[in-house]
Ligand binder design. Sequence first.
Ligand code: K1U
Ligand code: ZN
Length: 171
Amino acid sequence: MAVRPILTVADAAPVLKQKSLPVEKVDDELRALMDDMLDTMYAAPGIGLAAIQVGVPRRVIVMDISREEGAREPRYFVNPEILWASEETAPYEEGCLSIPEVYDEVERPARVRLRYLNYDGVEIEEDAEGLYAVCIQHEMDHLEGVLFIDHLSRLKRERAVKAVKKAAKAA
Ligand code: K1U
Ligand code: ZN
């Protein structure tokens, strides 16, 4: 398992804007990618990560939204689909490991029903709400090449990218 570099809008915006392709088979090679993604997410630290953020354009997400120290609850999503989204929406102050140090409020459906393959390739259908619903929608946006700042005004988006580029230049 390995921690891989996370691409940011400062160094790899065109990569992050690309649409990810479906996974054909959940095999050991894919599980090795998911293991690396989880290590990378924990090291960042973050609560979610899409494969495109480590430069792999495949429809794969890892997540751990558990709040207790030491009790890890990793989740793996291969080829996730949203089957239903509530009309009710909820705001959440989002961040993104590809847009470091930028946080802003995004309004998304409060609840969604999901279908995906898990780490073992088993098909799962379940409902998500709260932080789970926020995080899976944020990560599924990554699979479409959409960043959370794309939900903000043009002014806020341009400011965010400028700030990340400035910080990267200074580092
Ligand atoms: O997609 C990503 O870049 C990961 C992102 C996920 C996310 C956060 C908040 C709302 C929606 C999606 C992050 O993990 S940003 C870092 C973060 O939220 C965090 C880091 C450490 C502890 C707790 C949260
Ligand atoms: Zn993100």
